[in-house]
Ligand binder design. Structure first.
Ligand SMILES: Cc1cc2nc3c(=O)[nH]c(=O)nc-3n(C[C@H](O)[C@H](O)[C@H](O)COP(=O)(O)O)c2cc1C
Length: 168
C-alpha cells in the first residue's frame, strides 16, 4: 500500500484525536498526519491514498479550517487519487444534519476525477437525515465522540482493515 496522507480539521480536538488514532492503526510508517490549518493544499499531491477528516459544524457544514483549505484544494488535479472521508458528528443533538458535509464534498471529488473509497454501514447509528448517506451507506466513516465514544476504536480498526484493501 502506498503511504496514506491524512488531512484533518478539528475545532475542539475530537477529529485531531481520531485522525491520530487512525494514523496509529495504519502504522506510523504507513501514514502521515496533517492539520489543514498548518499545510498548503499542494501537500495533498504527494499522496495517492488520502483521508480527508473533519468535524461537522453549523448545519451540516465542514469544520472551519477545512472550509478555508477547500478553495486551494479545488485548484489541484485530483485525478486518480483514492480518497476516504472521515466525519465527526453528533447524532443526538444534530440528527437532521448528522455528519452532513460528506455528500457535497464527495460529489466534488468524484467530479474532479478522484476515486472515493471507504464507505461504511449506517447500522448502530440513530439519526433522521444525513447528506452523508448514499444508497443506504455512509460515504466514509462517521464517528460520534459525543454519544458513542466507546465505539470509535473498533470502528477505526475495522475501517483501516477495509482501507488497506481499497487503497491497495
Ligand atoms: C455549534 C455546533 C454545531 C454542530 N453542528 C453539527 C451538525 O450539523 N452535524 C453534526 O453531526 N454534528 C454537529 N456538531 C457536533 C460536532 O461535529 C462534534 O462535537 C465533533 O466531535 C467536534 O469535533 P472537533 O472537536 O474535531 O471539531 C456541532 C457542534 C457544535 C458545538
Amino acid at each position: 500500500m502506498d503511504k496514506v496522507g491524512i488531512f484533518y480539521g478539528s475545532s475542539t480536538g475530537n477529529t485531531r484525536d481520531a485522525a491520530t488514532q487512525l494514523r496509529g492503526a495504519f502504522g506510523e510508517r504507513n501514514a502521515d498526519l496533517y492539520d489543514v490549518s498548518e499545510v498548503t493544499a499542494e501537500r495533498v499531491l504527494q499522496y495517492r491514498n488520502l483521508v480527508f477528516a473533519a468535524s461537522t459544524w453549523g448545519t451540516g457544514e465542514m469544520q472551519d479550517d477545512w472550509e478555508r483549505f477547500l478553495p486551494a484544494l479545488r485548484r489541484l488535479d485530483l485525478a486518480e487519487k483514492r480518497i476516504a472521508l472521515l466525519a465527526l458528528g453528533d447524532q443526538q443533538n444534530y440528527p437532521e444534519t448528522f455528519a452532513g458535509w460528506m455528500g457535497a464534498l464527495a460529489d466534488e471529488l468524484v467530479a474532479a476525477g478522484g476515486v472515493l473509497v471507504g464507505s461504511t454501514e449506517v447500522r448502530k447509528y440513530a439519526f433522521s437525515a444525513s447528506n452523508s448517506v448514499r444508497d443506504g451507506r455512509f460515504l466514509g466513516l462517521v464517528l460520534d465522540e459525543d454519544n458513542q465514544a466507546g465505539l470509535s476504536a473498533e470502528r477505526i480498526a475495522r475501517w483501516v482493515r477495509q482501507l488497506r484493501r481499497e487503497f491497495a
